[in-house]
Design a protein around this ligand. Sequence first.
Ligand code: GLA
Length: 394
Amino acid sequence: MLYPNSNYFYFIFCILLILVSISSCQTQTANNKVQKSEQNSITKSEFGKMPDGTSVYLYTLRNTQNMEVRISDYGGIITHWIAPDNKGRYEDIVLGYDSLDGYLKATPYFGAIVGRYGNRISKGKFILDGQTYHLATNNGENHLHGGLRGFDKVLWTATTVDSEIPTLKLSYLSKDGEEGYPGNLQVEVIYSLQEDNSLKIDYQATTDKTTIVNLTNHTYFNLSGDVKGDILNHEITLNADYFLPVDSTLIPTGELKSVKGSAFDFLQNKPIGKGINDTENEQIRYGKGYDHSWVLNPSKEKSAMNFVATVLEPISGRVLEVFTMEPATQFYTGNFLDGTIIGKKGIAYKKRYGFCLETQHYPDSPNQKNFPSTVLKPNEVYKTSTIYKLSVKQ
Ligand code: GLA
């Protein structure tokens, strides 16, 4: 009789080992570890209903790295972004609500597309082609984020795009006179979840009358995962030699001020919390922390996306990199969050529990001759893109 030799047993052992590891790779473990899936996908589910009964949907974009981003056709809101940490744990890195009702009741623009004019316009007034326009003053005496019912509070028409990568196209027609702005503005925002774990946002708009446009996304990030605390330990590098000082109502004074040596200097990475309470600094007092526009250093290659910022959360190792075609970014550190909002998973969002990097043109540009123009004419196409890219530092 023939007996198998030790090589034979070794061979069987190896096969068993391979089988066991393959099967464990396909499961999701208790501590949220998910292994790579074979396919990317985009799926649609009902998120809730508008007060008039219209259904609102949630689109889940997933890439083959198992990164997941959920986006609603209400406000184009990024409600969830599930990303791995340095231990392979998948957790949510954006602030928001569990259900549509939260967003319908009150939201500080969590995850939303902001427009027609993101940021502030002094006293809600501007002159275009000799005509004075009056907008809602919904932020003290100023106009903020498109008005009472900006692009964050409207239902967009969503279509999934037939593409190699999960892509969602949102369209909205902002009618002539809506929120006081001139011209019918046809807007398109395309979200695509790339294989390199970046979410690309492409904005496009056309108008039939000269108008002003400044679109952005207002996602609040907290890279700790499932919001474990404030964002003061996050380390940020911001590609800006200058920022825009503001008055006490957060309208830019018109000056471009060097960041050098001040609490606004993030040219070398440093924790967000380092200078945020430097109340000797008038600008920090006005913003109650950071709530300012940083003027991005121009990119060397003209056509390329410009580097905005890198943010690292040292415990999870999660890294966010931002790139844009816009000339500036509002860096807002959630100074107005005060714990009254109960967000996803019942977590109270306290002061500085999230940060936003809202890529955009300068605030109040329609009233400031020296700022890059935000005027869009009927024969022009407004086109801009921003990328938020996630990775992990081991
Ligand atoms: C922006 C503003 C902040 C604040 C938030 C929303 O980023 O600059 O002042 O209004 O939106 O709370």
